[in-house]
Design a binder for this molecule. Structure first.
Ligand code: 13P
Ligand code: SF4
Length: 308
């Protein structure tokens, strides 16, 4: 060690002291800033983080991600205090479907089951039969008897990908991730031209056009696994650009290229190391879910966890 002090060291020390004092666990999504990933007790995709939230012994869960993730943690661990460093970190896709719209859709298809991507509000999960994440959406859909109609909410791109993969017709909702939809087919073609030996992996929130050009499709943790296991030394990555930090850190001998330089999620960027510290110091911002809503939403999330 050179003995040099980096900008982040003092705040990291104070976060560590408070983490112990508050008996807190810090859960961090793969899209978060690198300096936040570095202090996470668990850094992962939505499915891994839900599993961890369901079985931690900590008194407090500090969730560094976006609102629906913290809500999911609260639903699975109602006796724990769940905090977010910035309460404004929402998910635009989750906001593209209201409870009234879902009830109307269900009334149009009274026999259908509702499969709900976890990128959704608690009250939407409460009105759904089973949840899924991008890591298990195909397995969840395939587990439903063939004769059953399925309404898949709210991501039309993930729904379209799963429908084609599993060979099932799904009733889709027109929600989408604005960040992943910024990645265009042209971006992938340009990057492939610039790096002809590179493999392409994209997230299933991307458009069908983009998915059609990929060698592999997966959740953020599936992208990490692909990067580790591929024989290729170069990988073009079609997802939110926060992913590049962990990919580079875990694979120093490989090169990763963002499919698009503009695929940043402004909500994911709202969290900073300072806000993590303030959150543990002031015990803010607490996320709550009314118990009747939580109980029904828990059923949909637990059915998913049992199946995956
Ligand atoms: P995953 O980590 O489950 O792939 O989630 C992607 C996402 O968009 C979260 O906001
Ligand atoms: Fe929502 Fe997309 Fe941001 Fe994830 S990356 S939080 S899906 S807007």
């Amino acid at each position: 060690m050179s003995g040099m002090t980096t900008r982040t060291e003092p705040v990291v020390e104070r976060i560590n002291e408070l983490r112990t004092k508050r008996q807190a666990v810090i859960l961090v999504h793969n899209y978060q800033r690198g300096e936040i990933q570095d202090i996470g007790d668990l850094v992962g995709d939505s499915l891994e983080l839900s599993r961890k939230a369901a079985r931690t012994d900590a008194k407090v869960i500090l969730f560094c991600g976006v609102h629906f993730m913290a809500e999911t943690a609260k639903i699975l661990s109602p006796e724990k205090m769940v905090l977010m460093p910035d309460p404004n970190a929402g998910c635009p896709m989750a906001n593209m479907l209201t409870l009234r719209e879902l009830k109307n859709k269900k009334a149009e298809h009274p026999e259908a089951l509702v499969v709900c991507y976890v990128n959704s509000a608690a009250e939407i999960k409460a009105e759904s039969d089973i949840c899924c994440t991008s890591a298990n959406a195909d397995k969840i859909v395939a587990s439903i008897p063939e004769h059953k109609e399925i309404i898949f909410i709210p991501d039309k791109s993930l729904g379209d990908y799963v429908a084609r993969k599993v060979g099932r017709e799904l009733i889709l909702w027109p929600g989408f991730c604005p960040t992943h939809h910024r990645i265009l087919r042209e971006h992938i073609l340009q990057q492939k031209k610039a790096h002809p030996a590179a493999k392409v992996i994209v997230h299933p929130e991307c458009t069908r056009d983009v998915i059609g050009l990929a060698d592999a499709v997966g959740s953020t943790s599936q992208i990490l696994r692909f990067a580790r296991e591929t024989a290729a030394n170069e990988v073009i990555v079609g997802t939110e650009n926060g992913m590049l930090y962990r990919l580079a850190k875990e694979n120093p001998d490989k090169k990763f290229y963002p499919a698009s330089p503009v695929a940043d999620c402004p909500n994911m960027r709202l969290n900073t190391l300072e806000k993590v510290f303030w959150s543990l110091e002031d015990m803010v911002y607490e996320i709550t879910v009314p118990e009747d809503v939580a109980a029904r939403a828990r059923g949909a999330i637990e059915r998913m966890l049992e199946l995956s």
